[in-house]
Design a protein around this ligand. Structure first.
Ligand SMILES: *Cc1c(COP(=O)(O)O)cnc(C)c1O
Length: 359
């Protein structure tokens, strides 16, 4: 048997453990949720559960790639709903947000091209750039100036150029200057991709050529998408390897996401609530109002952050401890996320607990 493999892995696991960087799957079951990405509190909404249950009539699984018989009529309905919600001509749905990002970047860029990514871009954006074979450079977080300098210096030596950012950064909750980045990219004949996984359907990615996102967060389902022109969506269906060579989504996931989009369209006020709740919580702690539904409390030290998360769990609250490499070294943090359905008394109690943790 492969004893050298297990010996190596045991050693790696012990090393991670000793640095407080070992990660294990965690459940928020039974706790008040201030950690998931179900921003509109939709995951147990009866209309969505009913739509998903009804879709089970089509079967439990996706059974084949979309191009090889796995295409369900639910895709067309969902893709036009995504395009409409994101104010784009068209959309292409993938198996997950991760697959959407690696798929679109690899389909649009390759050897001889340049990818310029915000330094805090999500791991799957970086993985997509690496997979593509293009030259990857990172620009200073949210710095239009640094991006301009990199474009000046490197753009001309490359055929195509893709600039990558997130509309709302997943671990910091701040927003990118998307309109400015888009204008700058256009001046250099570069394309802008903005990952809108944490957007709240308030036109966060306006101006980007390519908008990507997930069905798994605020839409409380599973899957991902790319939204943009019709040519883009059509091309991805034939050229994105993570779509071509991966099985279609289960019908229930497609139906649940489509129903979630319907609810958001019918109840626009649901989109304001996470921000209101985040603002109320921040005011209780004397912090500035967050730009999104995400508020990090940076404790820097891994052990301290793990302990803080554990203390909150003991008091009934789920708030994850986020550690490197998800965030840069020495910036470990509690990542608090807010939802439409947060209860006022929970916000007050959590603020009290956080106050004692940070002071
Ligand atoms: C979660 C996330 C993804 C991946 O989406 P999944 O559907 O969970 O695979 C991509 N980008 C960002 C910014 C994310 O936060």
């Amino acid at each position: 048997m492969s004893s050298s493999l297990d010996a190596l892995l045991q050693q790696k696991l012990s090393e991670l453990q000793s640095k407080n960087l070992l990660k294990t799957p965690r459940s928020s079951f039974g706790l008040v949720d201030f950690g998931s990405n179900d921003y509109f509190s939709l995951r147990k909404r009866p209309e969505i559960l009913e739509a998903a249950a009804k879709a089970l009539e089509h079967g439990s699984g996706g059974v084949a790639s979309r191009l090889a018989g796995g295409e369900s009529p639910l895709y067309a309905k969902l893709e036009s709903a995504v395009a409409c919600a994101k104010k784009r001509e068209s959309a292409c749905v993938f198996g997950s947000g991760y697959l959407a990002n690696i798929g679109v970047i690899q389909a649009l860029t390759g050897k001889g091209d340049l990818v310029l990514a915000d330094r805090l871009s999500h791991a799957c954006l970086i993985d997509g750039a690496k997979l593509s074979g293009a030259k990857l450079l990172r620009f200073t977080h949210n710095s239009v100036k640094n991006l301009a300098a990199l474009l000046e210096k490197h753009r001309e030596k490359h055929r195509h150029c893709l600039v990558i950012t997130e509309t709302v950064f997943s671990m910091d909750g701040d927003k990118a200057p998307v309109a400015e980045l888009a204008a700058l990219a256009r001046r250099h004949d570069a394309w802008l991709l903005a990952d809108d996984a944490h957007g709240l359907f308030m036109d966060e990615g306006s101006g980007a050529d390519i908008l990507t996102g997930t069905l798994s967060k605020s839409l409380a389902s599973y899957g991902g998408y790319v939204a943009g022109s019709k040519a883009l969506a059509d091309y991805l269906k034939t050229a994105a390897r993570s779509l071509v060579f991966s099985t279609a989504l289960p019908p229930a996931s497609l139906a649940a996401a489509a129903k979630a989009l319907e609810i958001i369209a019918a109840l626009p006020e649901i989109r304001l609530k996470p921000l209101e709740n985040a603002g109320f919580f921040a005011s209780l702690l004397g912090l500035p109002a967050p730009e999104s539904a995400i508020l990090p409390i940076i404790l820097k030290d891994e052990k301290k952050t793990l302990l803080a998360s554990k203390t909150l769990a003991e008091n009934g609250f789920f708030v994850p401890a986020i550690r490197p490499p998800t965030v840069p070294p020495h910036t470990s943090r509690l990542r608090i996320s807010f939802q439409s359905g947060n209860k006022r008394e929970d916000l007050e109690r959590l603020a009290e607990l956080c106050y004692s943790l940070i002071s």
